[in-house]
Design a protein around this ligand. Structure first.
Ligand SMILES: *Cc1c(COP(=O)(O)O)cnc(C)c1O
Length: 416
């Protein structure tokens, strides 16, 4: 059997109805290679990686600096335990991550494996901190409607997307869902709340819903005034996507917890980090029973750390952030043209190099159809409902932005 046949026989894909995937007439696209923003399939066709391989890739595929850093580490050791030992790369990476928040209390880094575990670990820290520091009644959470914070059971209970999470909610923590700051401030028992969590500036899975300017700063002010910790889920927005290294910098907000994953290794290896304040960290000192009993086998994996350090180096070497500002202005201009000229578009939402193009029609699976047709025009991306997602590697050029936007325009016209 070839790869496609074996896949249909033995594999189970995420967020996928396998009936449809394994159907006789479904020919799965098998990716074999990537270079820069381009991905190539088993037939040799090239496509722009329009959603950065599910929002992970930052500087393009096979970037020489990142590839070399991983290979170099592989020649030393691929993995060692972080339980009972340390290593230089993890130490340097932690120091570089917190250096983005100088003169602040956010100075401690806890590593894990992916966005869900970064959130999971912030939740457990938030709960344990209250329980052992004299506030055992403060063990509830606040999250925003339609939010997405990952799929493990704890992170999923903070998720507001009904279709994914409603059936699991009763198994998780107590969460109050609010639409906006007014609803938040009206909560009857803020003294029961341990922490509030938000995707700053833009909610990715909520079809790229962009928060209004100043909302994050207001949220920070309110949570601080209520002694509620603020968890920022920058799993998608981190590492330059929105125009600054971290989205929270745009409103001068320093959270109590900062969750990072997807772009941390520039999309090369699974790895996550939860940044936390020294104040919270100190709440775990003083006796074995107060320690944080949490960890995963691959915590602080050296290959992941090597990739992450190389990622940060490329940001410097290539002035990536300056490039993002210039490219997002260009993308904004291209997308406003598209919205004016294509009669099937309801709205374009954008923040940095992240955009959602919502179709007027609510026909079932139209977004999916548009993305399948877009392959013919050299673009790979995925929709969220009838919103087409644009979230390319930050290394994309103007010419490649042109190809991407033209592909979407054509694909929408063909599919409608
Ligand atoms: C993707 C995502 C997660 C979950 O990360 P995984 O690595 O898929 O577990 C959490 N929060 C946000 C905002 C995300 O976009």
């Amino acid at each position: 059997m070839n790869g496609k046949e074996l896949d249909k026989k033995h594999c189970w894909h995420p967020f996928t109805q396998q009936d449809e995937w394994t159907a006789e007439d479904h020919d799965p696209l098998m990716i074999t290679r990537g270079e820069g923003v381009w991905l190539y399939d088993s037939e040799g066709n090239g496509y722009i990686d329009g959603n950065s391989s599910i929002w992970t890739n930052i500087h393009g595929h096979q970037h020489p600096t990142i590839t070399a850093a991983i290979k170099d580490q592989l020649d030393k050791v691929a993995h060692t335990s972080y339980l009972g030992f340390g290593h230089d790369l993890a130490a340097q990476l932690a120091s570089q991550l917190v250096s983005h928040f100088p003169d602040s209390d956010l100075q401690r880094v806890f590593y894990s494996d992916d966005g869900s575990t970064a959130v999971e670990c912030a939740m457990k820290m938030a709960l344990q901190y209250r329980i052992q520091n004299g506030e055992p009644e403060r063990v509830e959470f606040v999250a925003f409607t339609d939010a997405y914070h990952g799929d493990t059971l704890g992170a999923a209970s903070l998720g507001g997307v009904e279709k994914f999470f409603s059936r699991f909610r009763k198994f998780g923590v107590t969460v109050h869902f609010v639409k906006n700051l007014d609803e938040l401030c009206a909560l009857p028992y803020p003294e029961k709340i341990a922490a509030a969590i938000i995707e700053p500036l833009v909610q990715g899975v909520n079809q790229m819903h962009v928060w209004e300017n100043g909302m994050l700063a207001e949220l920070r002010e309110w949570t601080a005034s209520q002694n509620i910790h603020l968890i920022l889920d920058e799993v998608m927005t981190g590492f330059g996507r929105t125009g600054s290294m971290f989205a929270c910098e745009q409103e001068n907000v320093i959270p109590d917890f900062l969750c990072l994953a997807k772009g941390l290794t520039a999309g090369y290896l699974p790895m996550a980090a939860t940044l936390v304040t020294e104040t919270i960290y100190r709440g775990f000192l003083g006796g074995a029973e107060r320690a944080f009993y949490y960890g995963h086998s691959y915590t602080a994996n050296p290959l992941g750390c090597a990739a992450a350090l190389a990622n940060l180096k490329v940001f410097e070497d290539e002035s990536t952030l300056a490039g993002v500002l210039e490219k997002s202005a260009y993308l904004a201009y291209k997308l406003s043209d598209l919205a004016n000229e294509n009669p099937h578009i309801k709205e374009v939402r954008r923040c940095g190099l992240v955009a959602g193009i919502e179709l007027k029609s609510t026909a079932l699976k139209l977004g999916e159809k548009v993305c399948i047709v877009a392959r013919k025009y050299q673009l790979l991306t995925r929709p969220i409902a009838n919103t087409i997602v644009i979230l390319p590697p930050l290394s994309i050029t103007r010419d490649e932005i042109d190809i991407m936007v033209t592909a979407i325009d054509q694909a929408i016209r063909d599919a409608v």
